[in-house]
Design a protein around this ligand. Structure first.
Ligand code: NAP
Length: 302
């Protein structure tokens, strides 16, 4: 069998188009657009490239994007004051602080200072609690797990009653996606197992999975014989395994590999996400959706 590819690059285009349309409608009816501020401290090249992509995407969907670049010497108190300013700013619906922050700043303190109703990354403990409660309590699911669930749903994969096995228990992927899939409601209602480095027999758990979500950060961890024929395999892993020269730009670029042996797995699975071009493009997309949702909550449209 050759698996159906679930392409994040295509689903991203669908969702961004839907967001753009909704932004236009809200602007016409209510005279406002979502406001997103991106706070970048210092000039870490990887952070600059992430922030640039977020800004470009926000512009594309018609948001009011505020780019706030701060010197690496900014004090923790001044950064907290800046967040307070945006918490109180009515035109801002989402606040992003690009990580990592310089060592003299306590990241946890800064992230926890963001108003939970503007925490479109979904990492504030209040939003983690809301996610755990589920249903109408949920405001902003963290973006990567939110993207994973959306891909599964849009691919038409049945989640109700499905055995979902999640490899990895991080706070940004493994735990939240497991929590989302076990909730009572559409796109969920699954029976969920989380496995990690202390799990006794990883293979036997993976083999049971109707939906296998792998977020370990270990290239080719999941072997083809661990995959149930016809299963939906979501490979979250992004591992740099070398470098090559880009045909487009002539510049050196990283060779990326997922956590699943893709070439062999695609002959067994029913659905599979590629790396790159699978889960990756979904994260910023769902960040935009969370920012739109934030405005809709404020306007009483949700
Ligand atoms: P993380 O914080 O390092 O967590 C990895 C998890 O995988 C841990 O729970 C670890 O178990 C488990 N694990 C590692 N090796 C294992 C093994 N051999 N067997 C079983 N479990 C194993 O990583 P993360 O932040 O969740 O990210 C995971 C991967 O997803 C990375 O490659 C990352 O780059 C990628 N990622 C992609 C996106 C995106 O595409 N947008 C977003 C986020 C992350 P223990 O807890 O026991 O150590």
């Amino acid at each position: 069998m050759t698996a159906k590819l679930i392409k994040g690059t295509e689903i991203r285009e669908e969702i961004l188009e839907e967001i753009t349309q909704e932004v236009k409608e809200i602007k016409a009816k209510h005279g406002v657009v979502p406001g997103l501020v991106t706070i970048l401290v210092g000039a870490n090249p990887a952070s600059i490239s992430y922030v640039t992509l977020k800004i470009q995407t926000a512009h594309r969907v018609g948001f009011n994007e505020v780019q706030d670049n701060q010197s690496p010497d900014i004090s923790e108190a001044d950064l907290l004051a800046l967040i307070d300013k945006y918490n109180k700013d009515d035109s801002i619906n989402g606040i992003l602080v690009q990580l990592p922050l310089p060592k003299h700043i306590d990241e946890k303190k800064v992230l926890n200072a963001i108003d939970p109703d503007k925490d479109v990354d979904g990492f504030h403990p209040v939003n983690v609690g809301r996610l755990m409660i589920g249903g109408s309590e949920v405001k902003f699911p963290p973006c990567t797990p939110f993207g994973i669930q959306e891909m599964i749903v849009r691919a038409g994969v049945e989640t109700s009653g499905a055995e979902v096995v999640v490899v990895g228990r991080s706070n940004i992927v493994g735990k939240p996606i497991a929590n989302m899939m076990v909730q009572k409601g559409p796109g969920a209602n699954s029976t969920v197992t989380i496995v990690h480095t202390r799990t006794k027999d990883l293979a036997s758990h993976c083999k049971r999975a109707d939906i296998l979500i792998v977020a370990a950060g270990v290239p080719d961890l999941v072997k083809p014989e661990w995959i149930k024929p016809g299963a939906c395999v979501i490979d979250v892993g992004v591992n740099r395994v070398g470098e090559k020269v880009s045909e487009k730009t002539g510049k050196k670029i990283a060779i990326l590999k997922g956590d699943v042996d893709f070439e062999a797995a695609k002959e067994i699975a029913g659905y599979i996400t590629p790396v790159p071009g699978g889960v990756g493009p979904m994260t910023i997309t769902m960040l935009m959706l969370n920012t739109l949702k934030s405005l809709k909550f404020k306007l009483g449209l949700m």
